[in-house]
Design a protein around this ligand. Structure first.
Ligand code: CTP
Length: 441
């Protein structure tokens, strides 16, 4: 029996894909098709894939040509597949000419002429483009404009600002087609609204956009009032649109992987997680709204069954909050956040277990790198993950999949999780505002 294997992303399945599968099948008796996995695509920077892995597999299956479908999950997998499945021929389109010659040692490599005038890229260009509009009050942050360029199918179109001339300046600076200070006009041709104003205005703007039936991404936290957040989540459900809390950490594979490894006792039973955050200059509000990532880490890794949360704010001579320690007390574990503006504060996350520890240095919320030391000889294992730009591209990519494929795709940050985080922040803020401060001597 002649066994053939071929690979591809098979996004927006088209005639070119069908033709190559058919011809590959004709070259043997048994055809295996490798479909690239989502994580593999993300890691090699291919963020333009429109169909989910399930859809792409289903499309290949529906051709009836594949005897077996596998997922290609990492670079270098082709060699092990060829050996594992005892492959005679690897078939690939002529766009890859010469690239797979190294596999000639294991099997015959056949390059087939590509079908002319069709590709997933061409089809993507013809696909609906989702227009994003930004609601902002500062010239500073246009990162979404850069980030959106890495995700095909979305385009940042316009900006709304109360100040008309600032809006114009913003649009010029970030090369946006349109700027306005009139809400109705702004919302007209948009699919997605990104709200990144001062905290006090976020709720009202999100409310506006959701009422108009737009998908919304809101800077985190959207509000420090859990009732407001609940209202927005309900509105989104009623309008059947997405309301996305911009918590990039929740969209990173590294967090899921770290949680999974810790659950499997990578460093034994967990004792303590310590998240340190350096803030430039902050007030009560500022310190509380920076806690989202740490609380998310606690909820994901330590769970939501903590007994209580305590706080130790420290003020300087001018009565300015400069440091705070917030402790989540669990039955037999501790989650501790240290947040402060003093020069000695360093961003760091450490996790202590009965058999070792995990450290994430510097901007730990990007989860680009972590190291685990375990056992009595403290053997060090290093893990690194792709993190490009400011990470928003991962959220935008996921959001687009959610819009297109509805509830089939899991929401990376569950509404209940967002709500729980905001409730904790709300409670902490209230306590902080009423905190009895001992006057300086
Ligand atoms: N293919 C082909 N003819 C085309 C398009 C693709 O023979 N017109 C082949 C590719 O050479 C590859 C397989 O189909 O062997 C899967 O290709 P894939 O990269 O998934 O499709 P493309 O349309 O090339 O995607 P993109 O535009 O994103 O590169």
């Amino acid at each position: 029996m002649v066994k053939v294997i071929t690979y591809g992303t098979f996004d927006l399945f088209h005639q070119g894909h069908y033709n190559i599968l058919k011809r590959a099948k004709e070259l043997g008796d048994y055809l295996i098709v490798g479909v690239t996995g989502e994580i593999y695509d993300l890691e090699r920077g291919k963020l333009n894939v429109q169909d989910s892995l399930l859809t792409r597999i289903e499309n290949v299956r529906k051709t009836g040509l594949a005897d077996k479908i596998i997922v290609e999950e990492y670079m270098g997998q082709k060699i092990s597949d060829v050996v594992k499945y005892d492959i005679d021929k690897l078939v690939i389109g002529s766009d890859w000419y010469g690239k797979f010659d190294y596999l000639n040692r294991y099997c015959e490599v056949v390059y087939l002429e590509r079908t002319k005038n069709i590709s997933s890229t061409q089809l993507r260009e013809k696909q609906k483009i989702y227009n994003i509009g930004i609601i902002s009050d500062t010239m500073e942050d246009g990162e979404i404009v850069v980030e959106s360029k890495y995700v095909s199918g979305i385009h940042v179109e316009s900006v709304f600002m109360e100040d008309e001339s600032m809006a114009e300046e913003y649009a010029d600076h970030y090369e946006l087609a349109f700027s306005t200070n009139k809400m109705e006009e702004f919302l007209k041709n948009l699919d997605i609204v990104y709200v990144r104003t001062a905290l006090s205005d976020r709720y009202a703007y999100c409310h506006n956009a959701l009422s108009a039936g737009k998908h919304v991404i809101c800077e985190n936290p959207c509000s420090l009032d859990s009732e407001q957040l609940e209202t927005l989540l309900k509105m989104a459900e009623e309008k059947q649109v997405l309301f996305i809390d911009n918590v990039i950490l929740a969209y990173l594979r590294a967090l899921a992987q770290l949680t999974w490894m810790l659950n499997r006792e990578l460093i034994g039973q967990l004792i303590k997680i310590r998240c340190c955050i350096r803030v430039e200059n902050s007030n009560e509000f500022g310190m509380i709204d920076q806690l989202t990532d740490s609380i998310l880490v606690f909820l994901r890794i330590l769970g939501s069954d903590y007994n209580n949360v305590t706080m130790n704010p420290i003020y300087d001579e001018e009565d300015k909050l400069i440091y705070n320690q917030i402790v989540f007390h669990y039955e037999n574990r501790i989650g501790c956040i240290e947040i402060g503006s003093t020069p000695g504060m360093k961003n760091h996350l450490s996790i202590l277990g009965t058999k070792g520890r995990v450290d994430l240095p510097d901007e730990w919320w990007n989860m680009g790198y972590f190291e685990a030391s375990e056992g009595s000889d403290s053997k060090l294992k290093r893990y690194s993950f792709n993190f490009e730009g400011n990470g928003m591209r991962y959220l935008l990519h996921e959001m687009l999949l959610m819009i297109k494929e509805g509830s089939e795709v899991s929401k990376k940050l569950q509404p209940e999780e967002s709500l729980r985080i905001v409730s904790i922040q709300q409670k902490l803020l209230k306590e902080l505002q009423h905190f009895r401060r001992i006057p300086p001597l």
